[in-house]
Design a protein around this ligand. Structure first.
Ligand code: EPU
Length: 307
């Protein structure tokens, strides 16, 4: 619960009223977890920078939510501010081979637009159910490619200001990049390669069907649960440790791909976390590999070290 004066200051910075005790489960693809103390939408980089400054002044922890497709929220919720980017953050434009886009645009929409324009570079990422900002922040990737391959510049909002960083300055690595402290990706410039609409569309279709064959399509999941350890596949390790089909409550390890957890009904975050713990232990005991979560854990979600 935030004090009303704190809430008023945050709302003033955002330029609109927020939602108090807002349940977060509907904002995630997995569909479980508790509420945020306050959820605010923000429409421009300037407002976002002002909001981050206000949150800093008032010591309010904040979290930016995209499509919630890589997110597990604790059942006890999040005691701070959740920010949803809207307004300007949903606009984009194409200029030659460059796309300049707000962070809240869905990757699938950008990929489809690039395809129509005959621009290549987003085909492998078209099926990732996330926003561009989220994809940059975690260097989302698939089929050997990643968003880092096409990012040339990123505008970030920091408390009280915005800054532009080059793709190189972000030092992308596997599912990660080095954003400055308290920085939020607000806009992104991508550089794609010229091709034809037909070639790009055909490639996209190919990746789409490969994904459909190897991942649980149409189920409530949060994408890959664990990162691939160097030189190994988390999915294969989990499969070899006999995890497919394991259940805790309504959380189940997919029988299609062992690195996906499916919410088959009313799974709680505690169910999902317990399933993660059990699988992690199994893999550790069988292969000695310590799997680290790929999914973002928000709130009180301890995944104890294995001893
Ligand atoms: N495998 C198994 N059993 C399983 C799952 C996989 O034996 O249950 C084997 C596969 O047969 C394959 C290998 O493990 O030989 C690798 O599997 P896959 O090709 O499915 O790729 P992945 O490494 O498990 C990565 C990304 C996915 C991305 C796919 C497709 C990570 C953690 N995952 O999966 O990204 O869609 O490649 O390129 O890097 C995500 O990040 O959320 C995500 C879904």
């Amino acid at each position: 619960m935030l004090e009303s004066t704190v809430r008023a200051e945050l709302e003033r910075a955002a330029g609109k009223p927020g939602r108090v005790d807002e349940p977060l489960a509907p904002y995630t693809t997995l569909g479980c977890g508790g509420a945020a103390a306050l959820l605010l939408e923000v429409d421009s980089s300037e407002r976002l920078a002002a909001l981050l400054a206000a949150a800093g002044r008032r010591d309010v922890p904040w979290f930016i939510i995209g499509r919630g497709s890589n997110l597990l929220v604790a059942d006890s919720g999040w005691p701070g501010l959740v920010v949803k980017l809207a307004g300007d953050f949903k606009s984009f434009s194409i200029n030659g081979e460059r796309i300049e886009s707000g962070a809240a645009v869905n990757l699938s929409k950008l990929a489809a637009t690039a395809a129509q324009a005959g621009l290549s570079g987003l085909e492998t990422l078209a099926q990732i159910p996330g926003t561009l900002g989220g994809a940059v922040a975690m260097n989302a990737g698939a089929f050997g490619a990643a968003i880092a391959d096409v990012v040339i510049a990123v505008e970030v909002a920091v408390p009280g200001a915005t800054r532009v960083l080059s793709g190189t300055q972000l030092r992308f690595s596997y599912r990660d990049c080095e954003l400055p402290a308290d920085a939020v990706v607000s806009r992104v410039t991508l550089e794609l390669a010229p091709s034809t609409a037909e070639t790009v569309a055909a490639a996209m279709k190919g990746f789409q069907s490969r994904r459909r064959d190897s991942q649980p399509a149409g189920s409530r999941t949060c994408g890959s649960v664990f990162k691939n350890p160097p030189g190994a596949s988390a999915g294969r390790l989990l499969d070899e440790a006999g995890c497919k089909g394991m259940r805790v409550g309504d959380a189940e390890i997919s029988t299609v791909h062992a690195n996906f957890i499916v919410n088959t009904g009313a799974a709680t975050a505690a169910d999902v976390l317990e399933l993660m713990r059990q699988c992690r232990r199994r893999v550790f005991e069988k292969s000695g590999n310590l799997l680290e979560p790929e999914v973002r854990l928000l709130g009180d979600m301890p995944l104890e070290p294995l001893t």
